[in-house]
Design a binder for this molecule. Structure first.
Ligand code: TMP
Length: 209
């Protein structure tokens, strides 16, 4: 049984907590799980992540940003995700291609078709079975991050993050079979329950396939 599950959302939406929780639930039920993240998850990807997040470098152009992210993604897919799926493991990824459409597309204004093509090349056509969107108002998310120093993305304007949020909502609405939208302001356990219910449906479907 191999599922590919992606968590998405704006800054401070609670993805890391929820990816870890799902990983625990699946492992408890005997599934072999690989938990990873974007950008990152490989040596190359983690270097790209550090570079992209720091605020003290010369400004990175939107296109350069896109290709750095695509570079990290291509490496993650070939080094971690594809091999894990091949070994019938379930892969949980904190961000994937939808982040590029949300941030580089709706946020930065790059051409959507071009982004889809770059995503398709970087992933060699790999599409998640489920995308969980943890949706929270921009200010709530940014406030959750206030205790830390803001990184390059978090330092973007509220208008930027609002475009990102609207973009996510639009993508989720257009493909409800693949997306699950959960209110990120719900208590942690309530979110876990909603995610687990939906994953359960997928697992049952897979086991009958
Ligand atoms: P996070 O996973 O800790 O939220 O940090 C990753 C940052 O990278 C986040 O601010 C969004 C950004 N990002 C993009 O802009 N495009 C992408 O395709 C991905 C994967 C991440």
């Amino acid at each position: 049984m191999s599922l590919f599950i992606v968590f998405e959302g704006g800054e401070g939406c609670g993805k890391s907590t929820q990816t870890r929780a799902l990983c625990r639930h699946l492992s408890r039920d005997g599934f072999q799980v690989v938990l990873t993240r974007e950008p990152g998850g490989t040596r190359l990807g983690e270097r790209v992540r550090r570079y992209l997040k720091q605020t003290n470098e010369t400004p990175i152009s939107p296109l350069a940003e896109l290709f750095l992210i695509a570079t990290a993604r291509a490496q993650l897919v070939s080094e971690v995700i594809r091999p894990a799926l091949k070994q019938k493991r379930t892969v949980i990824c904190d961000r994937f291609t939808p982040s590029t459409l949300a941030y580089q597309g709706y946020g930065r204004g790059l051409d959507m078709d071009a982004l889809r093509e770059v995503n398709d090349i970087a992933t060699d056509g790999l599409v998640p079975d489920l995308i969980v969107l943890l949706d929270i108002p921009v200010e709530d998310g940014l406030n959750r991050k206030k205790s830390k120093e803001s990184d390059r993305f978090e330092s973007e304007s509220v208008a930027f993050h609002t475009r990102v949020r609207r973009g996510y909502q639009k993508m989720a609405k257009a493909d409800p079979k693949r997306w699950l939208v959960v209110d990120g302001r719900l208590p942690r356990k309530a979110i876990e329950k909603k995610v687990w219910e939906r994953v359960g449906i997928l697992l049952r479907r897979e086991s009958h396939a």
